[in-house]
Design a binder for this molecule. Sequence first.
Ligand SMILES: [Zn+2]
Length: 164
Amino acid sequence: MIDAEHHAIAALESLGHLGDAEGRNIYDEALNRALDPLRTCPAVEVICAMCAFGRRLAYMAIDKHAAYVAATQDRAKPRARLGGMSDLASPPPSPVQGFAGWIQLADGGATSVRLVDRPANNAGYPLRLKFICRDCGAETITTNTRRLRLILAAYRDGVSTIRL
Ligand SMILES: [Zn+2]
């Protein structure tokens, strides 16, 4: 197991220096270098903070190439989970190629994770994501910066679940 705590603290510091992880900052060299050791950490479960029983909203993982945090309602099948983005659900095979599987799922409008920005505006990275609770209906729009801070704090603290 890698020393996720140490790497997460370093990445949070790098993000602090940069200010945010929006726009071109998602390609920032120092931040991405700091994130590299964390890209295969297990996806983190996101729980609705509004529900008494804490309904699951999504799983989140750090992108393979950018300082960006993706999300899907469900996880991949157990044998497909190798950490990071591989832990997130994929759509059924489609003749339409292009966007990443998790973006196709969010764009389909049938899961708890939705796109706020069109992916084409950000070179394939829709920066804001909306989470919709299937129990209480709460809708939360997150910036990429917020998701990155949350997932890094989870890796720093050694927890597999975060509340939103
Ligand atoms: Zn809820």
